[in-house]
Design a protein around this ligand. Sequence first.
Ligand SMILES: CC(C)(COP(=O)(O)OP(=O)(O)OC[C@H]1O[C@@H](n2cnc3c(N)ncnc32)[C@H](O)[C@@H]1OP(=O)(O)O)[C@@H](O)C(=O)NCCC(=O)NCCS
Length: 273
Amino acid sequence: MPTATKRSSASRTTSARNCWRSTRNCRWRFEPAPARRCPCVPATIAGTTAAAATGIGMNRVAARLGIELHHVQFLRRPADHAPAVPLPGGVRLAEWGVDDTARICTDAHVHGQMRSEARMRARFTHGLRYLVLEHDGDVVAWCWVAAGVPRYIDELCRQVDMAPGQAWVRDAFVAPAQRGRRLLTAMLDAISTHLGGGIEYFSDVEASNQASLRAHLAAGFVACAAVRSAAGTHWRLRPVPPASLPSVDASRPTQRLLWLDARERERHRKLIA
Ligand SMILES: CC(C)(COP(=O)(O)OP(=O)(O)OC[C@H]1O[C@@H](n2cnc3c(N)ncnc32)[C@H](O)[C@@H]1OP(=O)(O)O)[C@@H](O)C(=O)NCCC(=O)NCCS
C-alpha cells in the first residue's frame, strides 16, 4: 500500500523516549515478575503478560492431560471514543456475507490459520458480521464483530449479551506486511462508522499476545478484566463473570465448576463458532 506509510522512526523515537525499552525488544516481557515495568504498558496488562509467560510450561503439562488453560484479557472501548486513524489511501472497508465463506477460509489458510467452512457459516447464523479491508483487490485485514448479538465465549461456556450499539470484536487480523501501522485502529474506526457510529467495543485477547494488547491499547481500549479458566471435554473451571462486562446468559452464570450434561453439551455445540 504505497500511501500507508509505516510510522516514522521519529514517532517511534518519541515513544521510545517515554519508554526505556521498546516493548517489542523489551527484556522484561518474559520475566515472571518484573520489578520495574515499561511505563507504556499499564500495570494490569504488564502483570497479566508476565504471568502468562510463566504459564507457558503449565500449558504444556495441561495439554498432555487433555486440559486447555486459558488466560484472557478482556478490554472495552467506550462508545464516545473519537475515530483517530483514517483508512490509508486506496484502502476500503467491505462487508462480506455467508456466500464468501470459502474465500474467508482461503484467506485465513494463506496466513496459516485453520478455519472450517462449517464454523464460519455458523458465525453468520449467529448474527456475526465479517468486515475486511481491501486494497487493489487484496485483503489486508479482517475481523468478525458480534454487533448487537451475543458473543459466546466457548472457553467459559458463557454468552455475553451485546445491546444495540455494542459490538464484540473477534479474530482481528492484519496481514504481516501491514502490521505496525495502526491498521487495526483504522479498521475498527471504519467499522464503527459503518455500523452507524458511536459503537462501544469489547474484545478478548490471549494475555500472552503482546502485539494485540498493544494494538488494542493504541485503538483506545482499556483493560477491564483478566480471566483464567481451565477446560476439559465435559467440564469448565471458570471465574464468576467479571462485573465490568455486560450481562451474561442465565444458564448457571455464577457456577465456577461446571459439569456439562448432555443438554448443555448440545447447546455448547450449537453456540460454538
Ligand atoms: C494484533 C494485530 C491485529 C495488530 O494489528 P496492527 O495493525 O499491526 O496493530 P498496531 O499497528 O497498532 O501495532 C500493534 C503492535 O504490534 C507490534 N508490531 C509493530 N510492527 C510490527 C510488525 N511489523 N510485525 C509484528 N508486530 C508488529 C508492536 O508491538 C505494536 O505496538 P507498538 O507500536 O505500540 O510497539 C496484528 O499484529 C495481527 O494480525 N496479529 C496476528 C493475529 C492476532 O494476534 N490477532 C489478534 C487476536 S485478539
